[in-house]
Design a protein around this ligand. Structure first.
Ligand code: EPS
Length: 396
């Protein structure tokens, strides 16, 4: 239904994306996309690159006078850092002698021969037959997520038309967890937007910041856990009937595809494996006013690969970034000698950014499921289909 692709290298000229399948008549302004891009750039623990970039989208097609046309939406985000990498990264580059290694003004080739453990460098180099691992790392970089967020921000806007609210926030950083109960989505959004780490719990946040400072001092990096909560979803997005239609699987794929994500949980997640069934499942109740409702939401809003009307609760674990200022042991891919891994400029942590990326990729996957269920070519048609189904659910 909905699809998008991104292109672009971290230090290339620009990132681009094409999003197709958004119906006609959705109001979208560039500022709304830019707002998501700016949120993604924030967070204590980010490195020097974020001082260079101020991501702004250039809408090239698919939107006219503030409304989608129904055709592909193409967007571009310039890399401001490109001016510093032009000679190294341009399509026409290459050494004067005709070799394939470009040099910058200082005569540096910035070739990478020492793969970073945990990064795409080594498997990518072997697979694509590159002996300059920059040819891998430039595309593997999480810089790509700027383009993803731009595309997904439009899907998010689409979802908001149906009263869906969502928030992504940080619930663990380097082993320090948030203990506070979760208030409603709007309250979490308000409180975490004002936080340097996109974290609800100010006490935990101070400890996390100290942990980041400590990691920075010793040249290390930190991971964490983010949580996405979505309310206002109808019952029945996704389906139990086929593996690739199960919404939990599709959401997990969207989250797992974010750079550095190593695990995904739905609701109670891994903890449900430790408990008896009677301690896990959400008992069902009914009142005329509320309709069907649950005692708690351990299922995280998904049963049988379908939304069940309860809030969607997803968590994703991000590993510590694989570039370390105090590098790990590696091997020179040319000489096969032991060497320290390459040190590229990096962030100490990017978990707060991952919360924004997660929020937006979840919105994309849900918008796709919405279009499947309520499909149509214009917003009016889809809103009508949605309202008809909501009545059907109420009358069940
Ligand atoms: C990244 C390394 C850093 C991060 C980058 C992701 O970039 P650089 O090598 O230019 O310092 O800042 O993230 C972004 C540029 C971004 O926009 O999120 C990496 O290796 O993945």
């Amino acid at each position: 239904m909905l699809r998008y692709l991104t292109a672009g290298e971290s230090h290339g000229q620009a990132l681009v994306t094409i999003l197709e399948g958004i119906p006609a008549g959705l109001k979208v302004r560039a500022e709304e996309i830019n707002e998501q891009l700016a949120r993604r750039q924030k967070g204590y623990g980010r490195g020097g690159r974020m001082k260079i970039e101020q991501d702004q989208v250039d809408i090239l097609s698919g939107i006219r006078a503030g409304k989608t046309l129904g055709g592909p939406i193409a967007m571009k985000i310039k890399n401001k850092d490109w001016v510093n990498w032009r000679k190294i990264m341009s399509a026409e580059g290459g050494s004067a002698s005709g070799g394939d290694v470009a040099q910058d003004d200082l005569g540096q080739a910035k070739v990478v021969h020492h793969p970073r453990p945990g990064h795409a460098d080594l498997p990518g180099g072997i697979k694509y037959q590159h002996h300059d691992l920059r040819n891998i790392l430039e595309r593997a970089s999480a810089r790509e997520t700027a383009a993803r967020v731009a595309a997904c921000a439009i899907a998010r806007k689409f979802l908001e038309s149906f009263g869906v609210e969502l928030v992504g926030h940080l619930v663990n950083l380097g082993g320090i967890g948030v203990t506070e109960d979760r208030p409603g989505v709007a309250e979490i959004a308000k409180r975490t937007e004002a936080s340097e780490l996109r974290c609800l719990d100010q006490g935990a946040e101070q400890k996390m910041i100290a942990r980041i400072d400590q990691a920075k001092k010793v040249g290390d990096s930190l991971g964490g856990v983010i949580e996405v909560i979505v309310t206002g979803l109808p019952v029945g997005l996704g389906s139990h009937v086929q593996w690739d239609r199960k919404l939990d699987g599709r959401l997990a794929q969207a989250l797992m595809s974010i750079q550095a994500i190593k695990g995904v949980e739905v609701g109670l997640g891994f903890e449900s494996a430790n408990r008896l069934g009677s301690e896990v499942h959400d008992e069902i109740f009914f009142t005329a006013k509320k309709g069907f409702y649950r005692s708690h939401n351990h299922a995280g809003g998904l049963e049988g690969g379908m939304t069940n009307g309860e809030p969607l609760v997803l968590r994703a674990a991000m590993k510590p970034l694989s570039t370390l200022y105090r590098p790990l042991r590696s091997v020179n891919i040319m000489t096969k000698e032991a060497y320290e891994a390459t040190v590229e400029r990096t962030d100490i942590t990017a978990v707060p950014a991952a919360a924004v990326i997660a929020e937006n990729v979840v919105a994309y996957t849900l918008a796709d499921a919405f279009l499947e269920k309520f499909g149509g070519d214009s917003m009016d048609e889809i809103l009508r289909n949605h309202a008809g189904y909501q009545k059907q659910v109420k009358d069940y």
